[in-house]
Structures are given as structure tokens and as C-alpha cells.
Design a protein around this ligand. Structure first.
Ligand code: TRP
Ligand code: ZN
Length: 881
């Protein structure tokens, strides 16, 4: 046993427990109402919480309430001071309580000291809260679990000059002035909710107001609060909100339910945004945008996140989760809904491609790594660690598969039944699937295994065409490899959306009037036979990525080119391009390992040439065709990951493509480089995307010309997308102008952190051997702030996640650097630290040398006396994987 192994065991023995789904028990007590009163002060905020509590059983049992980082002042039961309680490590135990009583708890908290941004904290000059998942217990002692639904009222008291706006959930019912320059506002939320949906905000803001009339004619006031001076960046978020409200009525028949909907943008926030009832709190990154400061991707991201949080009002808030193991009940479903929203408003294929890239580049790695878990996890140490790509993105894929199996109409009937049955309740993923099954009459009993089985299934496809009887036979074998959390795997219900192309590239009719068909794989191995197939077809498999699997079929180059040109599904065309690229990537990696020549055949170049010259393809799709498998995604193609060979082979291929298609890239660039007023609409976004993609290819080949284009583009552009597109080409192509254009950007934007995030991310992704020294120097940059999660993600996160080759430098410097940052963050903001650690724990298939280097760093973390449970869970799982 090595020294590092014994340290793991020792720490595992003394440390935190996992909680298990199978241990779920309903609470012994319920709470029907809670009346909160906050007297806000920077470091000594007083919280009074008065709850109506009932015991469920007849037997007298102690009441345990969660509490963390609280100073208890007093407890009263039915108005009388009460002392029969014990403070314990994670809360309080109150004894000998009556069957039904009023519980008053007075606590004091310190929002300024709160750098973890969980509970009540200060973001800049404003107070705000973040209670999901288990942050409410940092505000008061409470039954902080999602199946306790109570009606909340909130009175907020604060200095009137500093905090003119005092906001909370529901509708405002009272307000007034108090002594010493203080004032109060009272709020009542009529909908019972779990504590994680509670929110409070106090501050001085600029406010954009609007209204929305729901389909039943109710007038809803909309209010968007931002830091002073940012009103000119709120238009897009407000428009997105109104589009969300309308879309949810049209597509899901779901209407808003309160008189007011508020969104507050804050600069210090651990995640994207939070769906608190009637009072969303957003990372300002997902609110603020104008043409000068935000890219097209920012505009699209804002629309998606505004939609996501709004859609939670039904899928999450009105119907919530019984326990945190059910998180995907609300998140998977709501991601599905926001993806559909973006697809209905924009390009369906382009959205689909982006979502699949996320799955392949990141979720597959999570599913194969030490934190592997089913979309409904079975055991959890720190809940914050389970807001994952698996729960969110794979969770959405699972909902999408049900949508594929049921079709839109039955799926919507299932949604209506789900809402009817469970409105106002805290329910489970099983409840959701049952509603879908009952409404559709489609058997989902096997399908449910997607909720409990982790790992990415492999599907191996073979076929046979019999020309004498004109039948085409196709065989699927499915296999899911054991994962860190689960050894035994069973077959899943996998929908395969398939199309067959004939020798002319025409789609064959598979059902009356239809050229596609959804096959249901339910066994380990299954064969389907198609009759009356006149010539040997080319199969388009998993159209639209109909299941979150890896599939293999021995496509010839010619077949892939056929799919690229003729498939009716644009996603399939893109996917065939990816498959073709991957095929030669694997070949070239092997060639490198065998000290052979690298190569890319003419047929490959010709295939992509025809994409570039095609006049009828959406420019955005063309750009995506040239967004080849990333170094992260490429790791999924190998059993043993050779970081250097993947980098070299991929770079060779991109260089070859750039060289051979250089003139076409120049044509493409010039063709789409038109000057016009900025509009973030789909057509213009697509053109800018292709143009800037072409520019980066040009920058690989003709540095002088690229330099000219970059400078001219910066000079002429009227929007951030083109500015950043130029900067990106200068940075990734290491053009002569790089330093000067980066400096000019810095001088222009150094006061705007959100904009500088783009610059920090560029710095972090610079393809240069001294990138790390550069990053270290940037910690002292005038715009950098280590306590701001956005800045950290841009500089540290972008390096570790996206600059794969340099992060994995064989000298170990990348690993040591990330670990240094995690050590600094551990005590301050463990939640953010725990998200940044990801690339350091997914090492299993790396070479021995790198694995050893990483283990040394993980052991440094493990040796910390105060290692946060968030990091502890991941580090220990990584070391024993
Ligand atoms: N429920 C939020 C969402 O998906 C996620 C979220 C926001 C969150 N802030 C958080 C989760 C803090 C955990 C901790 O929209
Ligand atoms: Zn969500």
C-alpha cells in the first residue's frame, strides 16, 4: 500500500456520511406557515421566525431543525421562553413539544462574513439570499427539506437610504417608515413552498418595469433590478421574459400565477440563476446585455436562462421535489423546456448540436469518472455536488427520449396530467413517469431504468442487405460499462430514430408518408428487418441524438459523405461530419504512437469543401460543421488517453483543413463580413458565427492577411461578437497584433468585470507554453477579483477546462496551479472550488505519469485540516476510483 492510499483510508474513517435515497422518511412534523422578520445589518442581522408546527404522529418525538453558522438568541413555544433543547453540530433538537404549537426562533447572522454566497450574504452593496439547496438553514433553524411546504410571509427592515428596495417572495402587502432612517416592507407569498425557494433582496437598484397580460387576462407586473447605471443593458432580458411567459402558455398551457414577477441581477453568485418564487436572483452575466458589451452567445444564453428560471415556476415551484435525490424531476424537465423554448424561437438543429456538444465534451466524462451517478442519485454527501451535467443535461435527454417515444401530443397530455395530479405537492421522478405513462398508455416500466442506472451506454450497430429478397436487416447490441458508483448494468430502453438513404441519397419511406422511424431497443441485442428495400441503404442512426449513447457503425468515408449531403435531419449531417473527423483523429493518434506519418485523405477535404461552398446550408450549421471534436470530447474516443498525441493529431488535421481550404475560408470570410446595424437575430448571428470561424482558420495559415483582417474588423465593428471574434483569431493564431489588441480591449473595458471575463478566458486559453505564467500575473490585474466566481471561472476555470493540452502539461504545473487555487478557495467558497476541481478528478484513463502527478495534488487537498465536505467528497472518490 502506498502512502497516499493509507491517507485516504484514514480520512474516510473520520469523515462525513453519505445520505441515501433509500433512507427517505416523511418528516415527523409539518409547518403550515412561517412568518419571517429580518432586521438587516451588515454583520449583525437579526432574524425572527414564527412557525405554526404540527406533529404528524401521536408519539412525542424530539423536533430536529437544521441550522448552520447561526447564533441562537431565543426560542419561544406558544409565546413562552423555552429551554428544553440542545444545540448539536448541524442544528438543534427541541424536546417535549406539544402536538401543535407556535414556534418562535430568534437568531443572529453575519452576512458580510459570508463569502460562500449561500444563505444571506452581501453582493456588492446589496443583501441577497441563495437558499437552494440547503442554504435556508444558514438563515434560521428550520425543517430545511423540500417536502416541507409552508406559506411564507416576510417583513424586511433596513436603512432606507442604503436599501430603498426591500424585496421578497409573493405580493407586497405593507410598507412604512421607522425610526433612525430605517423602513420596512412586508410580503406575503400565497403559494406554499419549500424553504429553498425563499428569497430576500435589499439594495439600491435601477429598475426596468413592464407588464404581461396572461392568456386568462391577468395583468402581471414585471420588474428587473440591476446595479445603478445598467438600465441600458436590461432590454433583452425583459423581452426574453415576456417571450418565456408567452411560450409557456402556448406550448405547455401553463400560465403565471402571482401579480408580480421580479428578477434581480447580482455580481456575486455561485451559479447561473435561481428560481425563487416570484423573485428570481440572477448572476448578472445572464441579465446584462447590449450590443457593445455582450456577444451573440450572451444574448442566447440570457434568453435560455431567463426562460429556464421562469419555467421553474411550474416545474419546480408549484410542483416541487420530495427530496434532493429527485433533483432531476425539476432540473431535467426544466432544461428540456428551456431547450425547446430556444429551439422554437431559434434554430432547432443549431440548438440540438450545442446541447449534444455539451453531452459529449463534458457529461460523458462525468458519467465515466469518479463522480458517476444516475440522473436520480442514490447517495449524496454534499448536495451542492449534484447540480451536475448528469442531473441537468442527461436529465433533459431522458425527458427528451420520453418525448420521442410519446410524440408531442401525448407528451403534452402527460404534462397536463402531471400538473393536475401534483400541483402544490412535493413529488418524485416516479410520479412524473407515472403521469406520462398513464396519460399516453405507453409502457415506460423498462424506460424508468434510465433514472437509476449511471454510465453512457455503447450501442454497436451492424447490418446486412440481402439483394435477392430485398430485405435490410439491422442489429443493435447495447452495453454499459461498469461505473465508479455501480458495477452491474442492465439493458435500457433506447429509442433509435432512424432514416435509410437509398443509392441516390433519397430517404426511403419507412412508414406510410414518413421517412423516419423510432425503433425501441429494449434488449441486449436486437435485430430489425426492413422489407422492400431496393438497394443497399445508408443508415442514419440516432437522428437528432435520439438517445444519450455512444454508437458505433463501420461507416465508410463515402457513406458519411452521403449522410453529410443528403440526410433530412441537419443534426445527422453535422454528426456524420463529426464521425468522419473522429475516424481520422483516431487513425492519426495511432500513427503518432507508431511513429508513422500523419495524413488526411482527399475525400475528407472534398467533403468539407462542399459544405463550405454549399449555398443552401444555414451558415450557423456550416460553422458547426467546422467546430470539430474538442480535445475534451476526443478523450471519449480512446481507452487510454494520450493527451499529447490527441493534441498533435487534432492540430495537424485542423492545420491541414485550414491550408487546403484557405481560399474558401477567405471567400467565406469576405462574403459574410458585411457592415450593418447590429441585430441579435438568427440570420445575423449565423453569419457572424461563420465569419469569425473562418477568420480563425485563416489565422492558422496566412498570418499577415489575418492580422490585417483582425485589425480592420476591430476598427469597423459595432458589436462585441465581432470584436471578440477578431480577438479570438489574434489569440488562437498568436498573431503579431495579439498583444496590442488585447491591451486596447483591456484599456477600454477594465472597469466592466463581465466584459473582462471574456478577455480573461481568452488569456487562459492562449495556445502558448507560457500561458500559466501569464495567468499567474493576471491575478494582480486591476479587473481581477478572486472572490468573484465569474472572474475565477473565466481565468482559472477556462484554463483547466478548455486549455486541455497545457493544463495537462507533463511537468505537472497545471495540476499544481489549480490545486493552489482550490486550497485558497476551500475555506472561502467551497461550492465554487468543488466545481473548478472537475478536470483534476477525471484522470482514470490518462497515462501513469499524469495520474501520479494528479494524485500528489489531490493528496495535498486531502491533507488540509479543514477540507470542505464538497471537495472531500470528490477528492476521496477520485483517489479510490
Ligand atoms: N435551481 C437553480 C437552477 O437550475 C440552480 C442553482 C442556482 C443552484 N443557485 C444555486 C443550485 C446554488 C445549488 C446552489 O436554475
Ligand atoms: Zn434549474
Amino acid at each position: 500500500m502506498s502512502q497516499s492510499d493509507s491517507l485516504v483510508e484514514e480520512v474516510i474513517e473520520r469523515n462525513p456520511q453519505e445520505k441515501h435515497l433509500s433512507d427517505y422518511r416523511p418528516s415527523d412534523y409539518t409547518i403550515s406557515t412561517i412568518d419571517l422578520e429580518f432586521d438587516l445589518f451588515d454583520s449583525q442581522t437579526k432574524v425572527k421566525a414564527v412557525s405554526q408546527v404540527k406533529r404528524v404522529n401521536t408519539e412525542v418525538t424530539p423536533l430536529f431543525l437544521f441550522g448552520e453558522s447561526l447564533t441562537l438568541i431565543s426560542i419561544l413555544v406558544d409565546g413562552v421562553a423555552y429551554s428544553d433543547y440542545q444545540l448539536v453540530e448541524d442544528g438543534i433538537v427541541i424536546n417535549q413539544l406539544p402536538a401543535s404549537f407556535t414556534l418562535e426562533i430568534n437568531t443572529e447572522i453575519d452576512p458580510v462574513a459570508n463569502q460562500a454566497f449561500e444563505g444571506l450574504y452581501k453582493s456588492g452593496d446589496a443583501f441577497c439570499t441563495q437558499c437552494e439547496a440547503e442554504g435556508f438553514r444558514r438563515i434560521t433553524y428550520y425543517l430545511d427539506r423540500p417536502d416541507i411546504l409552508a406559506k411564507f410571509s416576510t417583513k424586511v427592515i433596513a436603512d432606507k437610504a442604503l436599501y430603498p428596495y426591500l424585496l421578497s417572495n409573493g405580493n407586497q402587502v405593507d410598507q412604512g417608515d421607522l425610526e433612525n432612517g430605517r423602513h420596512f416592507v412586508s410580503w406575503v407569498d400565497p403559494f406554499p413552498k419549500p424553504a429553498y425557494l425563499f428569497a430576500l433582496v435589499a439594495g439600491d437598484f435601477d429598475c426596468l418595469e413592464d407588464n404581461f397580460v396572461t392568456k386568462s387576462g391577468r395583468d402581471v407586473k414585471l420588474a428587473l433590478f440591476v446595479d445603478k447605471g445598467n438600465l441600458d443593458k436590461t432590454q433583452h432580458a425583459m423581452v426574453s421574459l415576456k417571450k418565456s411567459m408567452q411560450w409557456d402558455e402556448q406550448r405547455f398551457n401553463l400560465e403565471y400565477d402571482l401579480d408580480i414577477y421580479m428578477i434581480v441581477a447580482v455580481d456575486f453568485f455561485n451559479m447561473g440563476a435561481m428560481e425563487n418564487k416570484g423573485l428570481n436572483v440572477f448572476n448578472s452575466k445572464f441579465v446584462l446585455a447590449n450590443s457593445q458589451s455582450a456577444t451573440d452567445q450572451d444574448y442566447l444564453g440570457i434568453e435560455a436562462v431567463i426562460g429556464h428560471e421562469y419555467f421553474h415556476n411550474w416545474t419546480g415551484n408549484r410542483i416541487t421535489c420530495r427530496d434532493w435525490f429527485q433533483l432531476s424531476l425539476k432540473e431535467g424537465l426544466t432544461v428540456f423546456r428551456d431547450q425547446e423554448f430556444s429551439s422554437d424561437l431559434g434554430s432547432r438543429s443549431v440548438n440540438r448540436i450545442a446541447n449534444v456538444m455539451t453531452m459529449r465534451d463534458h457529461q460523458f466524462a462525468e458519467d465515466a469518472g469518479p463522480m458517476s451517478h444516475p440522473i436520480r442519485p442514490e447517495s449524496v454527501m454534499e448536495m451542492n455536488n449534484f447540480y451536475t451535467l448528469t442531473v441537468y443535461e442527461k436529465g433533459s435527454e431522458v425527458i427528451r427520449m420520453m418525448h420521442t417515444l410519446l410524440g408531442e401530443e401525448k407528451f403534452q397530455q402527460g404534462m397536463q396530467l402531471y400538473v393536475q395530479r401534483f400541483d402544490g405537492q412535493a413529488v418524485t421522478c416516479d410520479d412524473f413517469v407515472a403521469a406520462m405513462q398513464d396519460a399516453s398508455g405507453i409502457d415506460l416500466s423498462l424506460f424508468k431504468r434510465w433514472y437509476s442506472q449511471s454510465g453512457t451506454p455503447h450501442v454497436y450497430v451492424t447490418d446486412h442487405y440481402n439483394s435477392s429478397n430485398q430485405t435490410y436487416q439491422i442489429t443493435f447490441k447495447q452495453k454499459t460499462l461498469p461505473t465508479a458508483d455501480q458495477k452491474k448494468k442492465l439493458p435500457l430502453h433506447i429509442p433509435v430514430d432512424i432514416e435509410l438513404l437509398d443509392s441516390n441519397g433519397n430517404a426511403i419511406e419507412l412508414l406510410p408518408g414518413k421517412t423516419n422511424r423510432v425503433l425501441s431497443l429494449t434488449h441486449t441485442e436486437q435485430t430489425f428487418v426492413f422489407k422492400n428495400v431496393l438497394t443497399k441503404p445508408v443508415p442514419c442512426l440516432f437522428r437528432g441524438f435520439s438517445a444519450p449513447v455512444k454508437y458505433q457503425y463501420a461507416y465508410s468515408d463515402e457513406q458519411l459523405l452521403d449522410i453529410m449531403s443528403f440526410a433530412s435531419d441537419e443534426f445527422s449531417r453535422w454528426d456524420a461530419g463529426q464521425t468522419l473527423f473522429n475516424k481520422y483523429l483516431v487513425k492519426n493518434v495511432k500513427a503518432l504512437q507508431n511513429v508513422e506519418m500523419l495524413s488526411l485523405p482527399e475525400i475528407f477535404i472534398d467533403g468539407f469543401k462542399s459544405v463550405l461552398v454549399s449555398e443552401d446550408l444555414d451558415p450557423s450549421l456550416v460553422a458547426d460543421m467546422f467546430a470539430f471534436t474538442s480535445e475534451n470530447g476526443a478523450r471519449e474516443l480512446f481507452d487510454v488517453v494520450d493527451i499529447d498525441a490527441i493534441h498533435t493529431a487534432r492540430d495537424f488535421m485542423l492545420q491541414e483543413i485550414a491550408t487546403q481550404l484557405h481560399e474558401l475560408f477567405v471567400d467565406t470570410y469576405l462574403h459574410h463580413n458585411e457592415l450593418k446595424a447590429y441585430q441579435p437575430d438568427i440570420e445575423d448571428i449565423a453569419k457572424r458565427k461563420l465569419k469569425n470561424s473562418a477568420l480563425a482558420f485563416i489565422a492558422r495559415v496566412d498570418k499577415k492577411l489575418a492580422n490585417e483582417y483582425v485589425l480592420a474588423q476591430i476598427d469597423a465593428c459595432n458589436n462585441m461578437t465581432d470584436y471578440l471574434g477578431a480577438l479570438n483569431a489574434a489569440n488562437s493564431g498568436l498573431l503579431d497584433c495579439r498583444a496590442s489588441v488585447m491591451q486596447a480591449f483591456d484599456d477600454k473595458w477594465f472597469e466592466t468585470g463581465l466584459v473582462m471575463d471574456k478577455w480573461f478566458a481568452l488569456q487562459a486559453s492562449m495556445p502558448s507554453d507560457n500561458v500559466l505564467q501569464n495567468i499567474e500575473a493576471l491575478f494582480n490585474h486591476r479587473s481581477f477579483d478572486f472572490s468573484n466566481p465569474n472572474r475565477l471561472r473565466s481565468l482559472v476555470g477556462a484554463f483547466a477546462q478548455n486549455n486541455t493540452y497545457r493544463f495537462h502539461n507533463i511537468d505537472g504545473s497545471g495540476y499544481a496551479f489549480l490545486t493552489d487555487q482550490l486550497i485558497k478557495l476551500n475555506s472561502q467558497n467551497p461550492q465554487v472550488a468543488s466545481r473548478l476541481i472537475t478536470p483534476l478528478i477525471q484522470f482514470k484513463r490518462l497515462d501513469e505519469k499524469r495520474v501520479e502527478l494528479i494524485k500528489v495534488q489531490l493528496n495535498r487537498l486531502l491533507a488540509l485540516p479543514n477540507l470542505a465536505v464538497d471537495l472531500y467528497e470528490k477528492v476521496t472518490k477520485a483517489l479510490v476510483q
